[in-house]
Design a binder for this molecule. Structure first.
Ligand code: ZN
Length: 213
């Protein structure tokens, strides 16, 4: 190599770019085609992992950017470095987040170059039905990112002696409709968060009660 030759700046080899999105803030956009199952981008190239009960995890949860990993630890992204944590929510997402290891975004539906990579947040709220308005623009948009459970909903559920939750027809129909929607977009894991929230509302504490619907 000749001396004094200027070093060319390498262009990014990342298969995605981070730029402003019509949905919200900065988003993640594909630079190439992705097929279902393809790895798209790391959740947080720079991150730290803390115990699920550590004060840092509790404080970071306020940012809504943390990712629970293997039930025991929480991944907190360093937001000075862009990554999959920038993915916007869509009610009809083309990718999903996986929390094992360091966390990653994986394609679930074909993504074309230039398209925004979206995931389903699966937030469950309590008595705040309009907490997170959704601007995903999908034909299937439900209007809100969060699925809300109210105290009124909780009245329709009862915890049985064997620690299962019984629901009456009213609540079963409401959750059943949402469960069908979740199934149609391959996000059935959100049912677990709904069940956990319902149990916490009934017991006013976290518990290991089983709830299936
Ligand atoms: Zn939406």
């Amino acid at each position: 190599m000749s001396k004094g030759r200027p070093i060319k700046r390498m262009f990014s080899l990342l298969p995605v770019e981070f730029r402003n999105s019509a949905i919200a803030g900065r988003g993640v956009f594909a630079r190439r085609h992705f097929n279902p199952g393809d790895f798209v981008v790391a959740y947080a190239p720079k991150q730290r992992k803390v115990g699920v009960r550590s004060p840092d995890a509790v404080a970071a949860a306020e940012t809504k950017l943390t990712l629970l990993s293997e039930e025991t630890s929480v991944i907190i992204p360093d937001t000075s470095v862009p990554g999959g944590w920038l993915c916007n929510h869509s009610c009809d997402p083309n990718a999903a987040i996986f929390s094992d290891g360091a966390g990653r975004i994986q394609c679930t539906r074909a993504i074309s170059p230039g398209q925004e990579v979206t995931i389903f947040y699966g937030w469950v709220s309590h008595n705040e039905p309009e907490r997170d308005p959704c601007h995903c623009g999908s034909e299937r948009c439900r209007g809100f990112i969060n699925f809300d459970l109210s105290d009124e909903d909780a009245k329709h559920a009862h915890i049985l002696e064997d620690n299962t939750v019984a629901m009456d027809e009213v609540l079963r129909r409401r959750l059943g409709e949402y469960a069908e929607f979740l199934h149609s977009i391959g996000q059935e894991q959100v049912k677990r968060a709904i069940a956990d929230t319902l149990v916490r509302m009934k017991l006013r504490k976290s518990g290991s009660v089983v709830c299936a619907f």
